[in-house]
Design a protein around this ligand. Structure first.
Ligand code: SF4
Ligand code: SF4
Length: 345
């Protein structure tokens, strides 16, 4: 297009472009870890219609699940077709906050354990010596006893058993339940069996079930409440996510764990927004956390949420705060956050 065909003159064009650049920079500052942003955006497009946002925190107790519950309610009310997934399988509580009672449980068999056929065993003791984590107790002339919670299913004992008395079998280590919330959207929630391992496998299973359900009912967004920390279940939770919300609070422990979490999210190139919950617990430290992440990660805090007595009261009533007290300060901040997310997806 020639300049003379345009309704703007050259200086107006320059001003307009500068405005767009300013908007782009603000957007990146609030939402994106630059190293991962571009690829993350492209992946979001490749994934098609269904978006997945995972809410994580470097440590527990910062309000991740209550933020997730309120966002699900607000985004659903805003017209998005939402499905929720609780992948904090060690301590699932999203269904509790949403007042939903899970049912239609299905077992997850993601662990393997040794199983001894005592009729074949001659009590030679070879398997006891082969097990390096002492999951087999010598039977002193009788078949050995398996300490089930210690066994990792590695199969070393089965390899050395000349009598073929040991087999490695899949065992139930968790379950997945489903409910429809009173807000109209579904929740899929995973639970690790007490004392079991392989929580990462259960996270993968619960996310797959949540995604399948979301696709079946034509959802646009899956909101995943992830586990705290940076271990295997967290990595399983963020795998395949289009965006992450990292929830933190103004304490030294939370800042340290936020750093660790951002290292993980940056490694996997997942665009991330940061939410500072209960920022007014220590405003000075909240500023310090923000300065730190700006300097180290070139990303700002997308939303600060104040302490609000309505939050614990709403939790005790199994109701997200945005439903219990829609006009309180915390609810207003959560509404602003949901508006930002809505614009982003
Ligand atoms: S190695 Fe096999 S036969 Fe020997 S004690 Fe173990 S189970 Fe029994
Ligand atoms: S499967 Fe591995 S961990 Fe389990 S009892 Fe056998 S050797 Fe030990």
């Amino acid at each position: 297009m020639h300049a003379e065909d345009s309704c703007f003159d050259a200086s107006q064009w320059k001003q307009l472009l500068a405005t767009f650049e300013g908007i782009r920079k603000t957007y990146e500052y609030l939402f994106l870890i630059p190293q991962g942003a571009e690829r993350g955006m492209k992946r979001a497009v490749r994934n098609g219609f269904l978006r997945e946002i995972v809410v994580v925190s470097g440590k527990g107790g910062v309000g991740k699940s209550s933020v997730t519950a309120s966002l699900a309610v607000l985004l659903s009310r805003a017209g998005l077709k939402v499905a929720t997934v609780d992948s904090d399988v060690d301590a699932p509580n999203l269904s509790i906050i949403l007042g939903a009672d899970l049912s239609d449980f299905k077992d997850v068999q993601a662990s393997e354990k040794a199983s001894i056929d005592s009729t074949k065993c001659d009590a030679c003791g070879s398997c006891v010596s082969a097990c390096k984590i002492d999951a087999l107790i010598d039977g002193k002339g009788e078949p050995p006893t398996l300490v089930r919670f210690l066994c990792e299913g590695c199969g070393a004992c089965a390899l050395v058993c000349a009598k073929s008395a040991i087999t490695i079998q899949r065992v139930r280590n968790g379950r997945i339940g489903i409910a429809k919330t009173i807000y109209g959207f579904p929740i899929v929630s995973g639970e690790l069996e007490m004392g079991e391992s392989s929580s990462g496998h259960i996270v993968t299973a619960v996310k797959a079930r949540g995604r399948a359900l979301a696709e079946d009912i034509g959802c646009e967004l899956v909101l995943v409440d992830g586990p705290p920390g940076i271990g295997c279940p967290v990595i399983a939770s963020v795998a395949g996510a289009d965006y992450a919300l990292a929830v933190t609070e103004p304490t030294p422990a939370a800042m340290n764990s936020l750093d660790r979490m951002l290292t993980v999210l940056s490694h996997f190139n997942i665009p991330t927004s940061i939410v500072m919950n209960r920022f007014d617990l220590n405003r000075e430290y909240a500023d310090k956390v923000e300065d730190h992440i700006r300097a180290k990660w070139a990303v700002g805090v997308a939303q600060r949420i104040p302490s609000d007595e309505n939050v614990p009261i709403s939790l005790s009533k199994r109701t997200p705060v945005v439903e219990y007290a829609p006009d309180c300060e915390a609810s207003r901040s959560l509404l602003a956050l949901s508006d930002l997310i809505k614009d982003m997806i």
